[in-house]
Design a protein around this ligand. Structure first.
Ligand code: NAP
Length: 347
């Protein structure tokens, strides 16, 4: 790397993006983060300044749903990390509210990056683009794609269609003007938040801490820590083994009930009373008749899907941390920022 190579990171206000930007700045890159609202720029710069030098951090305005701003966001950039995409806490009424910005926004970012002549693009996809519609007894790898013809949920569709559109777009470019392209497919991301920016994926911990759930359904999660997801992106930007590949980034699987039990033990001395009572499958199916969120939960009942993570671990030398510690770090971070305040029960 030349010391001041410029990386454009889309969705700079995001949970994973803030950790990625932090690691990029620490590694000596200049970073231009895109925001759909520049109102967030000062807060982000302040939060990152508390953790390192931000003299090479700048921002540009770009919305996934509009053409303007993308050329300026990529002008002079050496690399693009395309991370922005809607990550909702609840299932939307219309799946196109997620699919359109995810897919068309990815194409806007990629087009501008190619016009600017970037060397390499790393896109943030998800295991949601891999596992949807597959039998849970199968171990899945980077060769698998979610089946969008099945009722897999809007978020899974949005990630699948956006990633497919990106691969197709890159493949259709003339070889001489084609940037290198790699994709990171993280599992369910937990970990500490920077600047209060919590993603919807932290809701499982927040809602347990806030006692906003009556109990815990029988679902499993393929977990990974945000700092390790960020590190995978930074590595994929320059590693010789990255171009042309997808990389599943999952550290370990844990059931919702194990998560609740770990948190209950860890947080009891601080006065939290974490719900650990199991919600039976029949009740989830019943609630699914009325609630789109429970409908989604009902499709995920049972253990977490198993993923083959050898590509990231061996080819990118990716070594994720233990998820029990990550869970505790998540809880500490949410607690310290009072993100869980409503349901906290002091001892
Ligand atoms: P997040 O905190 O909600 O970040 C999402 C980012 O996308 C935000 O910066 C958001 O901007 C931006 N965004 C959404 N709609 C946009 C639009 N129309 N125009 C411009 N920007 C828009 O979520 P995250 O967890 O960090 O997710 C980041 C990426 O990782 C996403 O691609 C997500 O699919 C992927 N991922 C996440 C997980 C997970 O468990 N969290 C797992 C696998 C993959 P605003 O701040 O303006 O809303």
């Amino acid at each position: 790397m030349t010391r001041q190579d410029l990386v454009t990171v889309t969705g700079a206000s995001g949970f994973i993006a803030l950790h990625t930007i932090r690691q990029l700045l620490a590694a000596g890159y200049a970073v231009r983060g895109t925001l759909r609202s520049m109102d967030k720029a000062d807060g982000i710069a302040r939060a990152l300044a508390a953790r390192g030098d931000v003299s090479h951090l700048s921002f540009a305005r770009a919305d996934l749903t509009a053409d303007d701003g993308w050329d300026a966001a990529l002008e002079g950039a050496d690399y693009l990390i395309h991370m922005a995409s809607p990550v909702p806490a609840e299932a939307p009424k219309d799946e196109n509210d997620l699919i359109t910005p995810a897919r068309d926004g990815a194409l806007r970012a990629l087009r501008a990056a190619c016009d600017a002549g970037v060397k390499r693009i790393v896109m943030t996809s998800s295991i949601a683009a891999i596992s949807g519609g597959h039998d849970k007894s199968q171990q899945l790898d980077e060769g698998c794609w979610s089946d969008v013809t099945k009722d897999i949920g809007a978020y899974q569709k949005s990630k699948t269609l956006a990633e497919k559109a990106a691969w197709d777009y890159i493949a259709a470019l003339p070889v001489e003007s084609r940037p290198e392209f790699a994709v990171i497919n993280p599992g369910f991301v937990l970990g500490p938040v920077i600047g209060g920016q919590a993603s919807a994926s932290l809701e499982i911990v927040r809602r347990l801490m806030a006692r906003e759930v009556p109990g815990v359904p029988n679902i499993g999660f393929s977990l990974v820590d945000v700092r390790d997801v960020a590190a995978a992106h930074v590595t994929a930007l320059i590693h010789d083994a990255a171009p042309g590949s997808r990389f599943i980034c999952v550290a370990e699987s844990m059931s919702f009930r194990e998560i609740a039990r770990h948190l209950a033990d860890y947080l009891a001395p601080q006065g939290y009373k974490i719900p650990t009572r199991p919600v039976p499958d029949w009740l989830v199916h019943f609630l699914a008749l009325f609630s789109p969120t429970f409908k989604l939960v009902a499709t995920r009942l049972g253990p977490a899907t198993a993923f083959d993570t050898r590509a990231a671990r061996t080819r990118l030398d990716w070594q994720p941390r233990s998820m029990v510690q990550s869970l505790f770090d998540t809880a500490d971070s949410l607690g310290a920022q009072n993100i869980t305040r409503p349901g906290r029960t002091p001892s």
